[in-house]
Design a protein around this ligand. Structure first.
Ligand code: G1P
Length: 298
């Protein structure tokens, strides 16, 4: 079984759900507490043992490339002015030279197309895919969980969660086949089905471990749901040829491409941070109780 060394992180999306904030700034650079959203996906990939990250970017996304570059002037300034805590933070986050690559998706043709743009950089090996809008929160990152599962099964593995049955049209949905340890074999896959058409309420939560054969399928694929080249459609074809498993994620995934999910993630991560918790917990508790009183009085 080939080891998974590389991860793809698509960051080409326009972020229309987050306008006006994303008019001049990539949505992946919005911050959860004090780190950009994309940093959380990178941390999760590194935790899972990934050695090389391929970002699929687009126009107006150069802030992401700059963020991952070394900033010698800034580091020099921090050192000279004794801001060692900040300097250490930047140094700890700095990725080794040569361990990240960037390629561009020239037109917004869908997630499947974005992944296909990384084909030459991935080559003939299994790879991880992390959709950075979905931010994993829990003891152990979501990717590390599916990586452990993959070590026992091989094949293709994706992480899933259960959504409200009325919300299947927001996600890729899988059908549940035979159980396999902590996961199950997938027997169906549909992108954003109406609740009446959905094979279950297990939705694909944005973490994938895929075999490279998916690239050939993506390369000859027609547009699907929403007139976009869909990764889910390509995975469905791969499912006919290779083992395909789903593993329910035991932590929590915040959809930071939506305003609600983004605000919830900020609260959750702030409360989980020792340096921030005490300064936000009491004000949030006070806000909640005054809100409750107001609602009760109405
Ligand atoms: C994409 C995938 C979908 C998946 C979702 C998770 O959809 O196509 O299968 O469930 O991410 O966030 P998007 O959110 O890009 O519409």
């Amino acid at each position: 079984m080939k080891r998974v060394r590389k991860a793809v992180i698509p960051v080409a999306g326009l972020g229309t759900r987050f306008l006006p904030a994303t008019k001049s700034m990539p949505k992946e650079m919005l911050t959860i507490v004090d780190r950009p959203v994309v940093q959380y996906a990178v941390d999760e990939a590194l935790e899972a043992g990934i050695e090389h990250i391929v970002f699929v970017t687009g126009r107006n996304k150069s802030a992401i490339e700059d963020y991952f570059d070394l900033q010698p002037e800034l580091n020099g300034f921090l050192a000279r002015s004794g801001k060692l805590e900040q300097l250490n933070c930047l140094q700890e986050l700095q990725l080794p030279a040569g361990s990240i690559s960037f390629t561009r998706q020239q037109s917004p043709l869908g997630l499947g197309h974005a992944v296909w743009c990384a084909r030459d950089m991935i080559g003939d090996e299994p790879f991880a895919l992390l959709l950075p809008d979905m931010v994993s929160f829990g003891e152990k990152g979501c990717l590390a969980g599916i990586m452990d599962f993959y070590e026992r099964t091989g094949g293709n593995v994706i992480a899933v969660e259960q959504c409200h049955p009325a919300e299947t049209n927001r996600y890729g949905i899988v059908g549940k086949g035979k159980e396999f340890g902590a996961g199950f074999a997938i027997d169906a896959m549909v992108e954003k089905p109406a609740p009446t058409e959905a094979p279950s309420n297990y939705y694909i939560n944005g973490r994938y471990l895929l075999q490279p054969e998916v690239f050939a399928i993506l390369g000859r694929q027609e547009p699907g749901a929403g007139s976009e080249i869909q990764l889910t459609d390509a995975m469905l074809r791969l499912l006919a040829e290779q083992p395909f498993f789903a593993v329910p994620f035991e932590g929590r995934m915040y959809d930071c491409g939506s305003k609600e999910g983004f605000v919830q993630a900020n609260v959750a991560f702030a409360l989980a941070r020792n340096d921030v918790r005490d300064h936000v917990f009491d004000p949030i508790a006070a806000m909640m109780s005054s809100l409750e009183q107001r609602v009760a009085a109405e």
